[in-house]
Design a protein around this ligand. Structure first.
Ligand code: GLY
Length: 358
């Protein structure tokens, strides 16, 4: 079954289409755009790339932070020029979130903006990274420091792509699905994976529609991310993003409890939701809370002291100036496990067969 989630942004509106086999609608999308040429940048085998229906240049890419650089953007734009891509043509990405990020930025910059369609192949990219128009690359000084907002022309989330995803890749996306529970979604536990993807995208669309440029509500999407980003950095990315966000979500519940924003039952609900998805809940044993606090001070949200998106009686919101000693104390009280026990989560949460269900 195919599901369509509109992202309503006036004349920059587009659809996110979710379901098995939806990649085959690419040619229809390209035709609607009126493009005469397409460049497809793919981190997946050529067979994963559908027909575009127009003259096409296929470029291969690699998923991973190492290629999320300005020099990749420059190389891609150089290929676009050589192929004769014009402003009325289209760029298509096929791959995980790092590929959609870097290809999105190349499309945003080439001729000051050319249409871009994403074919996200990882769960993380389908539920979060490919939707909403944020693009970015890394600098040696840090992740995602250079980027642009550039909305898509369409996103085709083909759930068939997920049927061969390794378990840790599934966990990577499930961390983002789990955090939806605390930022306005209904309880997604018990739904099929396709329904969870649709609900996550619907929630993200509703947030992006009211705050495209991260001035307020969009920060809710960073639930669990302040500690999550610090853990990714502190473990040198041995923890995957979704795993780190899961631990950050458990911590966010405890911190909200310590600040008196939520009661004990709601703190426990954070743990229960994360455990339901088979995600890790413990800090890695060898990282000192002070190191994490230092790292969290560098977070983009930390304009006024330490800042976290925290649950409360009126829902989640950005809370600034959280006292560092309280943060350290709550970190101290978190359970701890060795990195190899934390990375990879607790249990197999979703059967790989579910990935292909409608
Ligand atoms: N991944 C967070 C956002 O798109 O705002």
């Amino acid at each position: 079954m195919k599901r369509t989630v509109p992202v309503r942004l006036g004349d920059r509106s587009y659809d996110v289409v979710i379901g098995p086999g939806v990649r085959t609608s690419l040619a229809g999308v390209v035709q609607r755009l009126g493009a005469r040429k397409a460049v497809v940048v793919s981190a997946r085998p050529a067979e994963w790339v559908p027909e575009t229906g127009v003259e096409t240049l296929l470029l291969s890419a690699r998923d991973g932070e190492q290629d999320k650089t300005l020099s990749t953007v420059q190389a891609l734009c150089g290929e676009f020029v050589r192929f004769g891509l014009t402003r009325s043509d289209v760029v298509v990405s096929c791959g995980g979130g790092t590929t959609t990020d870097v290809v999105g930025l190349a499309a945003a910059l080439y001729h000051r903006g050319v249409a871009v369609v994403h074919l996200p192949t990882s769960l993380l990219a389908q539920v979060d990274a490919s939707v909403g128009g944020k693009t970015a690359v890394n600098l040696p000084a840090g992740k995602n420091l250079v980027g642009a907002y550039w909305q898509l022309s369409a996103v085709l989330c083909d759930t068939d792509y997920l049927s061969t995803l390794p378990r840790r890749e599934m966990l990577n996306g499930l961390g983002e699905i789990a955090r939806c529970h605390f930022i306005g979604s209904v309880d997604l536990r018990g739904l099929s994976l396709a329904e969870q993807i649709t609900a996550s995208v619907t929630l993200k669309a509703s947030i992006v529609e009211v705050d495209e440029r991260d001035a307020g509500k969009r920060q809710l999407l960073n639930y669990g991310h302040t500690l999550g980003h610090a853990l990714e950095t502190a473990t040198d990315f041995a923890l995957r993003h979704g795993e780190a966000v899961a631990i950050g979500t458990v911590f966010a519940g405890r911190l909200a409890g310590a600040l008196g924003r939520i009661d004990r039952a709601r703190v426990d609900e954070h743990l229960a939701v994360i455990q339901h998805y088979g995600l890790p809940v413990a800090l890695t044993a060898d990282i000192e809370p002070e190191v994490l606090v230092r790292q969290m001070r560098r977070d983009k949200k930390a304009i006024n002291g330490l800042a976290f998106v925290l649950d409360g009686r009126a829902g989640a919101e950005l809370v600034s100036d959280v006292p560092p000693d309280l943060v350290t104390r709550v970190l101290d009280q978190m359970p701890r496990e060795r990195l190899d026990a934390v990375a990879g989560g607790a249990a197999v949460p979703v059967s790989m067969a579910d990935a292909a269900t409608t």
